[in-house]
Write a protein that binds this ligand. Structure first.
Ligand SMILES: C[S@@+](CC[C@H](N)C(=O)[O-])C[C@H]1O[C@@H](n2cnc3c(N)ncnc32)[C@H](O)[C@@H]1O
Length: 257
């Protein structure tokens, strides 16, 4: 219950991912990246029934809604579902509080099932992916941040994220290290499902403070607030306050035969 309340309290401008205009803002203060791969694909397919798993505040779902006849959007947080209904109500969208690991729909209920930036919030992400595959009759689309420590700035960002994740998990906000792209791709292969995939690389840098802009909000929720702020300060010193690199993204489009 604590985790649900915490998510609701995160200010729109202070979500935790580093790509403000796209990923983080998309969660609550929504802005759709024009080139978002899921959006492009959904627009070209024009599905009849789409399921959006982990819809957050519903901004992304609302962006998809002109391209589908009907959308069911689920999230494990009742607080966020309430917010979806207030802020992103659409005539063809139904919002439900439901766990992505236990989707209460029968096999092949949707012709397209999508998730954006959600699997790395789920401890047993394989269960959620299995469920997505089960309830889809045709397409499964996945868009997830991934980690490729190809530069010093990427390695520093990984270290920085470890600190953020440790704090977030302490205060009940489920958020895990990014999944390697191959892990996700191989998961589909192990289910004998063919995929196409694309890695969208970014070497863009953000300032240390920008990277950690949500840290203070999360630290406020901890009984060890000072401890976390000290750790942040020492990390900043260690990394000379250098800029940190944004994450890469993997887009996977799977088609069940
Ligand atoms: C970063 S947000 C992504 C929001 C949205 N898909 C977007 O792209 O704007 C991740 C969402 O996953 C939800 N979530 C976490 N665990 C979940 C689970 N087991 N089942 C369904 N949703 C879950 C969180 O509540 C959160 O709203």
């Amino acid at each position: 219950m604590k985790a649900l309340e915490l998510r609701l309290e995160i200010p729109q401008s202070k979500c935790f991912l580093s790509r403000e205009k796209t990923r983080s803002a998309a969660w609550c203060g929504f802005q759709m990246e024009e080139t978002d791969r899921i959006l492009e694909r959904v627009a070209s397919i024009g599905p009849d029934r789409l399921l959006d798993v982990g819809c957050g505040c519903g901004g992304f779902t609302a962006g998809l809604s002109p391209h589908c006849r009907e959308i069911t959007a689920i999230d494990s947080s009742q607080a966020l579902i309430d917010r979806c209904k207030k802020e992103n109500a659409r005539a063809n969208v139904i919002y439900f509080c439901m766990d992505g690991r236990d989707i209460r729909y029968s096999n092949n209920s949707f012709d397209l099932v999508a998730e954006r930036m959600t699997l790395h919030h789920i401890r047993e992400w394989e269960k959620a992916l299995d469920e997505m595959i089960r309830v889809s009759s045709k397409y499964v689309l996945v868009e997830e941040p991934i980690d490729d420590p190809r530069s010093k700035e990427k390695k520093d960002a990984r270290r920085a994220r470890e600190l953020l994740l440790a704090l977030q998990n302490e205060v009940g906000f489920s958020h895990h290290e990014y999944l390697p792209a191959d892990t996700l791709k191989n998961y589909f292969s192990s289910r004998r499902i063919s995929i196409e995939s694309e890695i969208i690389r970014s070497d863009e840098l953000v300032s240390f403070d920008e990277f950690f802009r949500s840290f203070d909000d999360f630290a406020q929720k901890s009984s060890r607030k000072e401890y976390w702020l000290d750790r942040l300060e020492s990390l900043k010193r260690e990394l000379d306050g250098n800029k940190l690199c944004e994450e890469d993204i993997v887009f996977i489009a799977a088609r069940k035969s």
